[in-house]
Ligand binder design. Structure first.
Ligand SMILES: [Zn+2]
Length: 171
C-alpha cells in the first residue's frame, strides 16, 4: 500500500495543462462591467426550461445583460392573489434591479404546461394550444399594466415559451 490514491496523482502532462490554463486566464482581457444592465427577467422556476431560458436570452442579445428573478408561474407570480409572497418578491426585485443596475425593461417569460398556472386556475387551466396562449396573454397583460403604473419608465417584453424551448413574443 503506497498510500497515494491514483486519482490524486498529477502527471507531467496534466501539470502542463494546468499551467497552460493558468497562463491563458491571465492573458484573457478582463471585462470591466458597467453597473448597468439592460433588463430584469422574470422566469418560472421550471427545471425543464432552465437551459432553454439561457439560450433564449442569448437569442435576444441579452447574454449577461439581465438580472433574473425565478418564481413559479413567472408573470402569474407578479399578479396572482394566489401567490402574495411571490407578488411582493417580484415587485421588490424590480426596485432592487433599478437601484443596483438601472435596468431599462422587464422581460416576462412564461411557459406552456406551467404547474403554477395549473394551481392558480385549477379546472379552468387551458390545456389546448390557443386557449393556453390566451390565458397567458391575459395574465401577462395584467403584469404589463401594473408595471406601467408602478414604473412608467420601464419597457416591457412578454414571451411564452414552449416545452421545446422556442419562445413567441406575446406583447
Ligand atoms: Zn412554470
Amino acid at each position: 500500500m503506497c498510500g497515494i490514491r491514483p486519482e490524486l496523482t498529477i502527471d507531467r502532462r496534466n501539470l502542463a495543462h494546468l499551467f497552460a490554463a493558468g497562463a491563458g486566464l491571465t492573458l484573457l482581457p478582463i471585462r470591466v462591467r458597467a453597473a448597468d444592465v439592460a433588463a430584469l427577467a422574470l422566469t418560472c422556476i421550471d427545471y425543464r426550461l432552465v437551459d432553454d431560458t439561457v439560450r433564449f436570452f442569448e437569442s435576444v442579445h441579452l447574454t449577461n445583460e439581465y438580472d433574473q428573478v425565478a418564481l413559479a408561474g413567472a408573470s402569474l407570480a407578479a399578479v396572482s392573489p394566489k401567490f402574495p409572497s411571490s407578488n411582493a418578491a417580484f415587485w421588490d426585485h424590480v426596485d432592487i434591479a433599478k437601484q443596483l443596475h438601472h435596468v431599462k425593461k422587464v422581460v416576462f417569460v412564461d411557459h406552456r404546461d406551467c404547474g403554477a398556472y395549473k394551481v392558480a386556475f385549477g379546472k379552468e387551466f387551458a390545456v389546448a394550444h390557443d386557449p393556453e396562449t390566451a390565458q397567458h396573454k391575459s395574465v401577462m397583460q395584467q403584469a404589463k399594466t401594473i408595471l406601467a403604473q408602478k414604473h412608467p419608465d420601464l419597457g416591457c417584453e412578454v414571451y411564452l415559451m414552449a416545452l421545446d424551448g422556442t419562445a413567441e413574443r406575446i406583447a
